[in-house]
Design a binder for this molecule. Structure first.
Ligand code: BYC
Length: 313
């Protein structure tokens, strides 16, 4: 069969909403685009453990500590599903992780900001996981089967994460003057970086056209960002807090909130590795990989021993 015929069958499946599975024929560019996106998503989950992990020993109560520990462990689980989904596309986990450590692969810009107070843990849950859910609910309908299925489970856990974050802020927002200020300050610092999570404007999005055609993406960066603003602008009222955007305004005509322009210079600066915590994050991941070397070797040796034993039996 010619490549043109194979491409026609492939696009036909996509158009008919049939999932593409690892052993199906797929264009090399589709495979590469998925390796890029899914591995970057995996890296985001793993690097995303760091800002929150920073507060595990300082959580204000045993209950808060247990919840935060569970959440951070969930993120590790998400990273592992996604590394496995990436492996089904024909790359090894080592290659993928090397790309993170060498700085070749990206991860979400949001995790390069510091967590300065306990309220940041609430803001991450509410805003960062809130943004992630909108993006990931869309990805449950992505065209590559293993990625779509991983997203179903991940979204269930993310919705718990978002609620726990909102609840942290709700408690602070009804607390002392200092707690209220801490809550507002965290919202102020996390709002714009959360909007950046959705990526550049559609007009600047290099992968937009092709990813929509292949149904890797089902909604554009700007569409998802607008959904997020509309949702959060209402939820912030429950907290009796404000979003740090003087241009945020409900528009009856469009049925959406208008909002101000993102500082794109800051966004690209962070993406290129020059954000407040980029170096620290990568160093922490490289160190964790080195420190875990003996575990990987021991697991490999044990698996080898079992193989030899089962062959001998
Ligand atoms: N940060 O053409 P575009 C979580 C890059 S973790 C950095 O629009 P695309 C959590 C983009 O990669 C969940 N880079 O790209 C964990 C591309 O560069 P490359 C994280 C960004 O792929 C722990 C270039 O800009 N979620 O929930 O069509 C604790 C042009 O962009 C960013 C995911 O990873 C960014 N924000 O669309 C708490 C979702 N934005 O690759 C919570 C999966 C863009 O050509 N990913 N870039 O070098 C996606 O859905 C899509 O990849 C994006 C970007 C919407 C992010």
């Amino acid at each position: 069969m010619s490549v043109q015929d194979l491409e026609k069958i492939f696009q036909g499946k996509i158009d008919d909403e049939i999932k593409i599975e690892p052993k199906d024929w797929m264009p090399e560019k589709y495979r590469q685009s998925l390796i890029r996106q899914v591995s970057q998503h995996a890296h985001s989950e793993i690097v995303g453990m760091l800002p929150e992990g920073n507060w595990i020993t300082r959580a204000p109560s045993l209950k808060r500590k247990a919840i935060l520990l569970a959440k951070v462990q969930d993120e590790a689980g998400h990273g592992l599903y996604l590394y496995s989904a990436t492996e089904t596309l024909g790359v090894t986990r080592e290659q993928t992780i090397n790309d993170l450590h060498s700085g070749k692969a990206k991860y979400s810009s949001i995790f390069n900001y510091p967590t300065l107070t306990w309220a940041d843990i609430g803001a991450i849950g509410w805003l960062v996981d809130g943004a992630a859910i909108l993006n990931q609910v869309m990805l449950t309908r992505t065209s590559f089967g293993p990625y779509a299925r991983a997203m179903v489970r991940i979204c269930k856990e993310e919705s718990f994460h978002q609620r726990q974050g909102f609840e942290i802020l709700l408690v602070l927002s009804t607390g002392s003057k200092e707690q209220k200020e801490m809550c507002q300050d965290a919202i102020n610092r996390w709002w714009w970086p959360s909007l950046m999570m959705f990526g550049p404007h559609d007009s600047e999005s290099t992968h937009f056209d092709q990813s929509m055609k292949w149904k890797i993406k089902r909604k554009s960066n700007d569409e998802l960002r607008q959904n997020f603003v509309d949702m959060i602008a209402e939820q912030v009222k429950v907290l009796r807090m404000t979003l740090p955007d003087p241009e945020l305004k409900w528009k009856e005509k469009t049925g959406h909130y208008d909002f101000g322009e993102i500082n794109w210079e800051e966004f690209w600066n962070v993406v290129k590795g020059n954000g407040p915590c980029n170096r620290q994050r990568l160093e922490a991941r490289r160190k964790a990989w080195q420190d875990g070397q003996w575990v990987r070797e021991a697991a490999g040796a044990y698996s080898e021993k079992r193989k030899v034993r089962s062959q001998a039996a």
